[in-house]
Ligand binder design. Structure first.
Ligand code: PEP
Ligand code: MN
Length: 449
């Protein structure tokens, strides 16, 4: 992989002639140009070969041989790039991965919404509080969360901060996943600080004991495979800010192809998946595995056209459709999409995002989700695939490793009146550690069932 600026290819910038939704309006175009030039000189955050490896893993998901676990914050925040927070998130994903692998007996592809998930598309461009109207918060990569006029002005310097925050996050993630912490023999240690009294914590303890027994048995037989010592973990985020993504797009010296080296996998959101728009054009030029969120307005023709644009060679693992219909709609609307896509011969991976179609505002004003709705959407997703004989390929969830109170319900129940206690998200409500583990157990049952 070469990293010089001269490896930039015009192909990374073809999106510039098309309408690009959800881009910040920077007050100073020259400042933006300087930032882009700096970003273009920065080293890649990931290697093209790693992106190919993830594409192969997702190919197994598309073929029905593996399950994708994709999760992390709705929006990462610069002031949350700390060892504790990163470790807690990772630990939660590793625990969920262990539950799914063991209880559903399926290889689990682990992908974080991490190390780059700093940019948010918004339905409304302004926000009003106590009679004051200001531009909406669009993620730490764009403007400040603080409700002041100054904080809400988009600042291109934040794109560089996003690069550095992503870089230090990824560095720690790589250390954790390859430096011994993710060793399967640590399966108990990941649970140590967890409320042992919580039902999901106890259930996990029991499963960890079984895994331990299995490992001891294998060791006694003389098998101690290296695969248990590290974990394959990938980073993903929404490719929203195209100035940033294209500045980090480089030609791979091995293949001559373009890769967005800001993360292993990127996805296009529900609000930016216009077929003739800039985001689809950009994604069509890169060779990373790409996801597209599909909401309830998606027509089968849209899905087929997206396949044509994004996966013309029909490479399993290149394209993942992330369905986010809502618990009340998934059973009605998903079947036709899956059916027509399958009939077209395309091998996409189908993944369920049970979060974004199930958000509502509680009386307290908190944006929240019910655990039961989340679960019900996943159930509906599994039912649809079962009926069609297709593969329910994975889940895409918003979660954190901290004991926040942002979604209601779960085995260690959070009530609407608890929401204010630890409501810390910068954007959408996340499952806490206990709710995430509950979900993993229930999904494993559905997968097996
Ligand atoms: C998100 O994943 O945080 C998001 C905004 O999702 P969607 O594009 O599906 O609304
Ligand atoms: Mn979100």
């Amino acid at each position: 992989m070469t990293v010089n600026a001269d490896t930039h290819d015009a192909g990374a910038n073809t999106w510039r002639s098309l309408p690009a939704a959800q881009q910040p309006e920077y007050p100073d175009a020259e400042a933006l140009r300087d930032v882009i030039a700096d970003l273009e000189s920065y080293p890649p955050l990931v290697f093209a070969g790693e992106c190919d490896q993830l594409r192969d893993r997702l190919g197994a998901v598309a073929r029905g041989e593996a399950f994708l676990l994709q999760g992390g914050d709705c929006a990462e925040a610069f002031d949350q790039v700390s060892a504790d927070q990163i470790r807690n998130k990772l630990k939660t994903l590793l625990q969920m991965g262990a539950v799914l692998t063991y209880a559903a007996a399926v290889p689990v592809v682990k992908v974080g919404r991490i190390a780059g998930q700093y940019s948010k598309p918004r339905s409304k461009s302004t926000e009003t509080r106590n009679g004051v109207t200001l531009p909406t918060y669009r993620g730490d990569s764009v403007n400040g969360f603080e409700f002041t006029e100054a904080a809400r002005i988009p600042d291109p310097e934040r794109l560089k901060q996003m690069y550095h925050a992503s870089s230090s996050t990824l560095n720690l993630v790589r250390a954790f996943t390859t430096g011994g912490y993710a060793d399967l023999r640590q399966v108990h240690a990941w649970n140590q600080d967890f409320v042992k009294s919580s039902p999901s914590g106890q259930r996990y303890e029991a499963l960890a004991r079984e895994i331990d027994n299995a490992l001891n048995f294998m060791k006694a037989c003389g098998a101690d495979p290296a695969e248990f010592r590290t974990v394959e973990f990938f980073a993903s985020h929404e490719a929203l800010l195209l100035d940033y993504e294209s500045a980090l797009t480089r030609t791979d010296s091995r293949t001559g192809k373009l890769y967005d080296v800001s993360g292993h996998m990127v996805w296009i959101g529900e609000r930016t998946r216009q077929l003739d728009g800039a985001h689809v054009e950009f994604a069509s030029r890169i060779s990373n595995p790409v996801g597209v969120k599909l909401g309830p307005t998606t027509k089968p023709e849209d899905a087929l056209a997206l396949i044509e644009r994004l996966d013309p060679e029909r490479t399993p693992g290149r394209l993942t459709f992330v369905a986010r219909f809502g618990a009340g709609k998934v059973r009605d609307l998903l079947p036709e999409l899956v059916e027509k896509v399958t009939a077209s011969g395309a091998r996409v991976a189908w993944v369920c995002d049970p979060m974004h179609g199930n958000t509502f505002e509680a009386a307290s004003g908190h944006k929240t989700r019910r655990f039961d709705d989340v679960l019900d959407e996943v159930k509906g997703f599994f039912e649809v695939h079962k009926a069609l004989g297709t593969h329910p390929g994975g889940i895409h969830v918003e979660l954190t490793g901290d004991d926040v109170t942002e979604c209601v319900g779960g085995g260690d129940e959070i009530f609407v009146d608890d929401l204010h206690q630890r409501y810390e998200t910068a954007c959408d409500p996340r499952l806490n550690r206990s709710q995430s583990l509950d979900l993993a157990f229930l999904v494993a049952e559905m997968y097996r069932g």
